[in-house]
Design a protein around this ligand. Structure first.
Ligand code: CP
Length: 289
């Protein structure tokens, strides 16, 4: 069946050659290495640089094999459902999933459909847990156990990062406030999550300002002036989960803050978090390489 050219066509097969091949398929077991490596499905249904590449890179570091989904070139484009897609990928001996989607709850659904562990890599405006752990680690590495005054700035309402970070920062004793941009959305977030609203002028007294991206893909129409170095006190640090939209989220002068500009640290620390989580997961599965 297989030729030096690969398999380009089925032409004139005999019944025997087909049945021999079917039997060979049934009896086939892949050659075993001493330790079976984990296979993860990287399912990014929404664009990503940091999260996708850091999960991929951390996994490669640990000897994890990846099967990557490319939604733009998959049968999803022909109308196949997400459930059918998840179930078909699951047939390829996938041990776990990493899922990013604009649909809130999709990681939970994929867990339900496939009965496999799922790492949520960001779902709509719901959650982004590994980003939250990386951001909390960033503050811990900067300030240890010090309790900090942190203020969110920007499109808080549509931010899954804000929702996830809030829980981790509060658990560590940091207090979290919001800049009052006088929008109904920010007020409703403040009420739902019991955050104090402060004026833009009060940013000067904060230890950290976490700027959040203007999320156009989720309908943001924010006209807030970008964060500027002038808004900050002399010791205020700046975080942003990325991607930064310069001159919309923050002015370029924020880049001149030196060690108070923590955005690159956030990328590095989120990578460390994913590396550690995947390593723990691998160990729990008895598959350490
Ligand atoms: N912070 C974050 O999730 O970035 P990406 O969309 O590039 O993964």
């Amino acid at each position: 069946m297989l030729t030096a050219q690969g398999l380009l066509e089925i032409s004139n097969p005999t019944a025997k050659s087909l049945i021999d091949f079917f039997k060979a398929c049934e009896n086939f077991r892949p050659p075993k290495s001493s330790i079976k490596r984990l296979k993860g499905a990287l399912a990014f249904f929404e664009p990503s640089s940091r999260t996708q590449l850091s999960f991929e890179s951390a996994g490669l570091e640990l000897g994890i094999q990846w099967i990557s989904l490319h939604p733009d070139s998959m049968s999803l484009q022909k109308g196949e459902s997400l459930r059918d897609t998840a179930e078909l990928v699951n047939q390829y001996e996938v041990d776990f999933w990493v899922v990013r989607s604009s649909l809130m709850g999709l990681p939970h659904w994929i867990h339900k459909w496939t009965e496999k562990p799922v790492f949520n890599a960001g779902d709509g405006q719901n959650q982004h847990p590994t980003q939250a752990l990386g951001d909390a680690l960033t503050l811990y590495r900067q300030c240890g156990n010090k309790k900090l005054k942190v203020c969110f700035f920007g499109d808080v309402y549509r931010s899954r990062v804000a929702r996830s970070v809030l829980a981790t920062f509060r658990a560590l004793g940091h207090s979290v406030r919001l800049v009052d941009d006088e929008s109904a959305e920010t007020h409703s977030f403040a009420e739902a999550f019991q955050c104090r609203l402060i004026s833009r002028k009060s940013l000067r007294s904060q230890d950290v300002v976490m700027c959040l991206r203007t999320q156009k893909e989720r309908g943001s129409n924010s006209h807030q002036r970008p964060l500027e170095a002038n808004d900050l006190g002399p010791k205020t640090a700046v975080m942003h989960p990325g991607p930064v939209i310069w001159n919309q989220d923050m002015n370029l002068d924020i880049r001149t803050l030196g060690s108070r500009y923590l955005v690159v640290d956030q990328v590095k620390n989120a990578y460390l978090v994913r590396l550690r989580l995947l390593s723990d997961f691998q160990k729990a599965r008895g598959r350490a390489s």
